[in-house]
Design a binder for this molecule. Structure first.
Ligand SMILES: Nc1ncnc2c1ncn2[C@@H]1O[C@H](COP(=O)(O)OP(=O)(O)O)[C@@H](O)[C@H]1O
Ligand SMILES: [Mg+2]
Length: 317
């Protein structure tokens, strides 16, 4: 049984500011399915606004899916059950892009870690102290750092504190939402190494949301490519980095120096389509160099071409 299963998940937001109050629905996620195995890393890539953070928020249980289900160890998350959500929150922890924003500036590091332990565990004061020191050491910090405030740390150290807060409850999954974007390149490598060694030591699974395909290739086992709320390509990292087949994935790779494949010429004419059309056309049709009439009137389903690989494109139907 996979550790985490997301089945046919959709999330729509109703905009209240539509012209003449038409309130068009925005499909932030549409029909998303994925699997995360224990100790593995799934990367989610796609440009800004493609629905990556929305998906993350539903998986940790702070937002309710409009449709679909999320199973942890085979058990479906019941959004109506508060206890269920609390348990889920302990088991799936999150790291964000900006460690400064996610840490309370007025609270000493040790105190905020201790609060997490008080709320979520039955450890006594001495055990909590031990756990805090052990966790700080695990993320490459010193026991005395617990007495400092977040502003006293560098960006990389603050991200280590955020990681400490994520691992202190020994979760099975950590979702890292663009955790490197705010860091210097030299520091990024240290944080990646830390995440990898924690995975080896603790067997944690990661959902790693990133723009950086170099990093994704380095750390992920599987990759899910999203565009405008949909999964367009999903498979093993090695396979997709070898040969990306979806035109959107190719476009993503074209803007990164690592990928050596051939790229199609992009049509200069881009057809703008209203949001309401999200269901009745391929989401990438307006930018696609291979666009055919069918792509503007029908929506390609995500189909499996082999056991570990799926693509949503009429060229591979
Ligand atoms: N709470 C919300 N209310 C309305 N629309 C939202 C909300 N959260 C996200 N969206 C919209 O959903 C889409 C996906 O957003 P998001 O998940 O943040 O994308 P990403 O993380 O890939 O940049 C965007 O168009 C965004 O404007
Ligand atoms: Mg986001």
């Amino acid at each position: 049984m996979p550790l985490l299963q997301v089945k046919r998940l959709s999330k729509s937001y109703t905009s209240t500011s539509g012209l003449f109050n038409r309130a068009p629905e925005l499909l932030a996620n549409h029909d998303i399915s994925l699997i995360l195995e224990q100790g593995k890393t799934l990367a989610i890539v796609g440009e800004s606004g493609s629905g990556k953070s929305t998906l993350a928020r539903q998986i940790i249980g702070i937002e309710k899916p409009t449709e679909g289900s999320i199973l942890l160890n085979g058990k479906e998350l019941d959004f109506a059950n508060k206890q269920d959500r609390i348990e889920r929150f302990k088991n799936i922890r999150m790291i964000f892009q900006d460690p400064y924003e996610s840490l309370n500036p007025n609270v000493r590091v040790g105190h905020s870690l201790e609060q997490t332990l008080i709320i979520n565990t039955h450890l006594n004061r001495k055990q909590r102290q031990q756990k805090i020191e052990e966790t700080l050491k695990n993320v490459g910090l010193m026991p005395e750092h617990q007495y400092r405030y977040p502003y006293m740390f560098s960006g990389g150290q603050r991200q280590r504190i955020a990681i400490a807060r994520a691992i202190i409850l020994e979760p099975s999954i950590i979702i890292a939402d663009e955790p490197l974007s705010a860091l210097d390149v030299s520091v990024q490598a240290q944080i990646i190494n830390l995440l990898q060694s924690l995975q080896e030591e603790m067997g944690i699974s990661y959902i790693f949301i990133s723009h950086d395909l170099n990093v994704v290739e380095h750390i992920a086992d599987t990759i899910l490519v999203m565009y405008r709320g949909r999964v367009v390509e999903y498979g093993n990292v090695s396979q997709i980095f070898d040969e990306a087949l979806h035109p959107y994935t190719q476009a993503l790779f074209a803007s990164t120096p690592i990928y050596k494949g051939e790229f199609p010429q992009y049509k200069t004419q881009c057809i703008e389509r209203p949001i309401e059309d999200q269901l009745s056309a391929c989401v990438f049709a307006s930018r696609c160099p291979y666009r055919e009439p069918k792509c503007l009137t029908h929506n390609p389903q995500l189909v499996a071409t082999d056991e570990n690989y799926k693509i949503a494109c009429f060229r591979f139907d």
